[in-house]
Design a protein around this ligand. Structure first.
Ligand code: SF4
Length: 281
């Protein structure tokens, strides 16, 4: 089944493809919602996902000017959430002078002839008065991932690349300087240990080549028939809802044995393309 013309790639779908082509096929092309859990214990996993969503909401509301007292009251009912929220207020990761763009969605063409589309929703972008363009991503993961793990994630490649190619609209139509782009992961459970990735022209060129090659590989597979390759790394299967369908086991992996991955609801964010800043090549 060829990729639908309006198909948009995201860091999540590309990460799924890199982890397991078959998962990409089942989830994004076949649209199969399989009734299985990602991780056990179920309730704890669901609670953690919900806490993460609430934390992101609190941060977003703070950044658009909702009074702190009201947000603090919202966080009170949950000790983990309240602790993350206090850490956010105390370490003030977003207090950088400049123009703030919370929860902004950007899109840019991708692929050899630019006929594909890459989309991302950023927790926060700040065009700082000192000339930097800083991407913030809030993480509520249970463990603090090491730098090398983060460096290998699609998000670390997609976000700066997309800001470079689609950030003109945020900057009054002016291109952003590639070597002034920076990505910061801020961890609610480890507020004093953010991880920073500086960007550069050579990294942008490498990322562009890599992302283009990925989407072409996906398009080629989509043009063919049959089942896409299953990952040889079965650790991915332990935390994948399709494991029984793929005959890769029945029981979900345990949360306390998981690596640093974020568990997310199996629902793709609904994107309103009318509201997305996009550039054409
Ligand atoms: S269960 Fe394993 S092989 Fe099947 S889609 Fe998930 S990750 Fe891929």
């Amino acid at each position: 089944m060829p990729l639908p013309p309006d198909f948009h790639f995201s860091q999540g779908s590309l990460q799924d493809f890199v982890d397991c082509p078959r998962r990409f096929q089942l989830r994004y092309l076949d649209g199969i919602a399989w009734p299985a859990v990602q991780a056990e214990p179920i309730l704890e996993n669901e609670r953690h996902m919900q806490q993460g969503e609430l934390f992101h909401l609190l941060a977003q509301q703070y950044l658009v000017g909702v009074p702190v007292a009201r947000l603090t009251a919202m966080a009170q009912g949950d000790p983990d959430l309240a602790a993350w929220w206090q850490a956010f207020l105390a370490s003030a990761p977003a207090e950088l002078p400049g123009q703030r763009f919370p929860e902004v969605t950007l899109s840019a063409p991708l692929g050899v002839s630019g006929e594909r589309r890459l989309v991302a929703k950023f927790d926060l972008v700040i065009l700082a008065t000192d000339g930097r363009a800083v991407i913030f991503d809030w993480k509520s993961s249970r463990h603090r991932p090491p730098r090398r793990w983060l460096a290998g994630r699609l998000q670390t490649r997609v976000y700066p690349w997309l800001l470079l190619h689609a950030g003109l609209d945020l900057n009054a139509g002016q291109p952003l300087a590639v070597d002034r782009i920076e990505m910061i992961y801020w961890f609610a459970g480890f507020p004093d240990r953010p991880e920073r990735f500086a960007y550069s022209g050579s990294q942008a060129a490498e990322d562009g080549g890599y992302l283009n090659a990925l989407v072409e590989q996906i398009a080629l597979l989509a043009d063919g028939e049959g089942v896409w390759p299953l990952t040889p790394d079965e650790t991915h299967c332990r935390y994948c809802v399709y494991r029984s369908l793929c005959e890769r086991g029945v029981e979900a992996g345990r949360l306390d044995e998981a690596d640093y991955r974020d568990f997310e609801p199996e629902v793709e964010v609904d994107l309103d393309f009318e509201q997305i800043a996009e550039v054409e090549y």
